[in-house]
Design a protein around this ligand. Structure first.
Ligand SMILES: Cc1cc2nc3c(=O)[nH]c(=O)nc-3n(C[C@H](O)[C@H](O)[C@H](O)COP(=O)(O)OP(=O)(O)OC[C@H]3O[C@@H](n4cnc5c(N)ncnc54)[C@H](O)[C@@H]3O)c2cc1C
Length: 392
């Protein structure tokens, strides 16, 4: 195995594997590939844990009782295990913050809503422990929440949040410790597989070659998977952090993460205050459709802010609030809201993950491993629902 540097195309290393993008999925795939003993190169147009893609904004929720579809539950179980394992490796001193923090998640809505029905379906099918509360019980336990009298709450006690940027950095760090090389600020322009089966990756810093290729370019995937016509649509989302004149929404007061489906189907969620930044509030539905990442606007989006403020007015006893931070991020929606993780058609040595549809971060270690497994010819049936076939 030759391991010379291939920068600027001046040398002719052939890596065992190249990973395009080391954001959420790519950092996990990089780590898996390096752990597997492959010589591996990660290439990213920015760098580890940047704020221009889809894996930033301090926190991501992780939950098991998956309202989107029960097929995700076994993957969520594995994800919890993998985050715990990564956390143990990452947290070498009590001074280092945990990657994963259990808070519980309270999901609220009309008993017939998609969220409540979906959580129940996954919990029933997979015998998951969830507790049900009526509006009065929620009000008694969490006085900050204003709950409609006809709404119910389902509480998943083991749900947690992940510190998203720290997770990405930890996965890149582990990959590098296992021998991965990374190049930042380098844009992959295109790729092909030659007649010799070698993957040729053209970048603005020269050409790289590998026996295998993993494409994990998030919202940029349409540019790198042009022939697939996956029907991906990019939506800009704005997250807001508010300081409040009260303390019960803070993590130290055991405030849980929460998600509310309103009667019109709109969904908003909140994450307790951590690191003195305030309560995080974000809309899961809605958002601003954009043609692609080059249109991502990093300024304050008054429409998104107005929607989050209206949600707070209706569902929180927040009193005086001060907006202290915002962050813009992208959902890359697949047509059915489920991820794609599969072989690139016609190539057993090229795989990709795309269309994580605003709920994929929690699964990134699982998806990273799955992509490496695919390259090893292993395809577990639990991932069949993420294949392209029959969906585009
Ligand atoms: C506001 C918001 C809230 C969310 N909340 C949750 C949540 O609570 N729970 C959850 O599980 N999920 C959540 N998600 C979804 C989740 O964060 C994303 O699905 C996931 O992070 C996407 O990871 P990715 O690897 O596909 O994309 P990214 O992390 O964006 O990674 C793609 C990488 O590819 C690189 N790249 C792109 N093109 C090229 C190129 N040509 N050459 C080199 N590098 C390239 C980019 O620089 C980037 O680093 C949320 C998303 C957002 C935006």
């Amino acid at each position: 195995m030759k391991r010379e540097r291939a920068l600027s195309g001046k040398t002719n290393t052939i890596y065992d594997c190249i990973v395009v993008g080391f954001g959420g999925v790519g950092s996990a795939a990089l780590r898996e590939a390096a752990k597997h003993g492959w010589s591996v190169l990660g290439i990213d147009r920015f760098g580890p844990a940047h704020d221009r893609g889809s894996s930033h904004g301090r926190t991501r929720l992780i939950r098991r009782a998956y309202f989107e579809h029960p097929s995700y539950v076994p993957l969520a179980e594995r994800a919890f295990e993998m985050w715990d394992e990564l956390n143990k490796r990452h947290r070498t001193s009590p001074k280092i913050k945990e990657l994963i923090t259990p808070t519980g998640l309270l999901q609220i809505g009309n008993p017939d809503s998609e969220v409540i029905q979906g959580v129940k379906r996954s919990a029933d099918q997979h015998s998951l422990a969830i507790e049900q509360f009526n509006a009065e019980e929620i009000k008694r336990r969490l006085p900050i929440l204003k709950v409609k009298p006809h709404h119910v709450g389902l509480f998943e006690p083991d749900a947690a949040f992940l510190r998203v940027e720290m997770c990405v950095t930890a996965m890149v760090d582990q990959a590098v410790k296992h021998g991965a090389e990374i190049v930042s600020n380098t844009v992959v322009q295109n790729w092909n597989v030659g007649d010799d089966g070698i993957c040729n990756v053209a970048t603005d810093a020269g050409k790289f070659q590998a026996h295998r290729l993993i494409i994990a370019a998030g919202a940029w995937n349409p540019q790198l998977l042009p022939d697939l016509n996956l029907g991906l649509k990019v939506v800009q989302k704005q997250q807001h952090w508010f300081q409040l004149d009260r303390v019960d929404h803070k993590i130290e007061n055991q405030f849980p993460c929460f998600l509310v489906e309103q009667d019109n189907g709109d969904c908003f969620y909140g994450v307790p205050e951590i690191d003195y930044l305030g309560l995080k509030v974000c809309e899961h539905t809605g958002g601003k459709p954009i043609a692609g990442p080059s249109e991502l606007d990093r300024g304050l989006d008054q429409t998104a802010l107005a929607r989050n403020e209206a949600f707070m007015q209706e569902h929180l006893e927040h009193g005086r609030r001060r907006l202290v931070h915002h962050s813009n991020c992208m959902y890359t929606m697949s047509p059915d809201g489920h991820f794609f993780a599969d072989y690139y058609p016609g190539h057993a040595n090229v795989v990709f993950a795309a269309g994580l549809s605003g709920h994929g971060f929690k699964f990134t270690p699982v998806l990273g491993k799955h992509l490496v497994d695919l390259l090893n010819g292993q395809c577990e049936p639990e991932f069949d629902f993420l294949k392209i076939a029959g969906r585009v």
